[in-house]
Design a protein around this ligand. Sequence first.
Ligand code: NAP
Ligand code: MG
Length: 482
Amino acid sequence: MPEMIIGGEARASVASGDIEVVNPATEEVVDTVPAATPEDVDAAVDAAARAFPAWSATDTEKRAAIVAAAADLIADRAKDLAPLLTAEQGKPVAEAIGEINHLVHGLHYYAEAATKVQGTYQDLPSTFGPSYGMVIRRPLGVCAAITPYNFPLTLLGTKIGPALVTGNTVVAKPAATTPLATLRVAQLFVEAGLPAGVLNVVTGRGSDIGDALVTHRDVRRVAFTGSTPVGKHIMSLAGPDLKRITLELGGSDPVIVCEDADVDAAVKAVIIGRYWNAGQACLGCKRVFVHDDVYDAFVSALVDRVGRYEPGDGTVKAEKPKLRMGPIHTKAGRDELLEQLEDGASKGGEVLIGGGSGGHDQGWFLEPAVVADPAADSRLVTEEVFGPVLPVFRYTDFDDAITRANATSYGLGSSLWTHDVRKIHRAARDIESGMTWVNQIHYGYDELPFGGVKDSGFGKEHGLEALDHYVELKSVVVGGLA
Ligand code: NAP
Ligand code: MG
């Protein structure tokens, strides 16, 4: 049984409980991990606090080199890591490899970026004698990194990459259902030379240890990715102590396909955007609005492609031309999708394909679905749909499409398919979301700030902007020059 990583060592919980990690394709237990308690959280935060002075005083170049070495080790071990991620999460092995590659790319991005950051020099008025100012960057201290089950590794990387290179120490808490690959990756950081206590991992249920981690007095910053209700709870806990937080929450990304769109390219992008990771993606394409002129062509090509998916065990390749889709991560998640689908069908939606179990008695499978025109008050429209179920809508007026795209509490991503520069400009300006992709797949590039508005949260991960979330900008005035 893998143990937690606290102070550079494998550590059991102070209590005796375990958490069983279950393979969503087979319902078999993959492994067990300690069920951490608030005392374990204290031990991890203490270890991180003890490691902070030396780590924050280490040369940036040295910190970056260790992060880069860890990234190289992870790349070397991708073939062992991927099946472990598949076993605990469910995604096909090829998608697990994709996730690991993204993690490695992101870590290298921050290792390189950290050594290139330049500061500010400012001439100042000589009101109190000649002086100049500069802005220096100081790390914050212990940061908590709380990650969800859908992309356990990339979302770990988006937090620990910028945190570690800027000199902070970290306590990571993976989802209770996906702790295994995270523990393995943290172990590789230790092997790559990361000093003891700089990166700690506690395994436990959010309901048992989440509050203790967020409210710990030595935790200065919380980076959270997960659902909107838990994000709001974390904000309420972090507020009284003025802790810095970023909240990367749920989404209901709209896609608008205009009459001049490259329909084939749009369909291919929506297929990836909605059905990758069995639809369990924050920036998934969750509502598609298609212009009347191209609606029939779009929908028939979409349904055709969706029909190629074969839900099954992610370790077994599908026979061409079938495409593998893994299971839904939990039974509760699968059942909720079935309820949302049923609600959409009862409110005017026509289920064009999908919704069955794919003939599996074991595992939480769902055949990917497309639903035409469910009502605006159906759950497929008003809620985040976290799985392979896609509502498509017909529109005729572009302004109306923008209004409907914005008729959601969420505001994570959005996309537009057109070559009309006026519409591109309008969408970029008027769609309420943190990102708009134009003629492009919904994807979180390491190079660009990523994050939502409205109920999708705030704060940025990715890009150079994320580095600023892990430092205090401190103004220093130097006088006595004359
Ligand atoms: P979740 O239920 O909110 O859980 C996320 C993490 O929070 C898990 O580690 C969970 O631990 C922990 N947690 C639960 N209660 C907590 C508490 N009281 N204090 C501190 N931590 C607590 O989310 P999920 O179901 O795993 O993930 C799916 C959601 O994440 C979707 O809404 C999706 O859109 C969103 N997401 C957003 C982004 C983005 O970048 N915007 C990216 C990916 C996913 P347990 O597992 O132990 O409950
Ligand atoms: Mg959850």
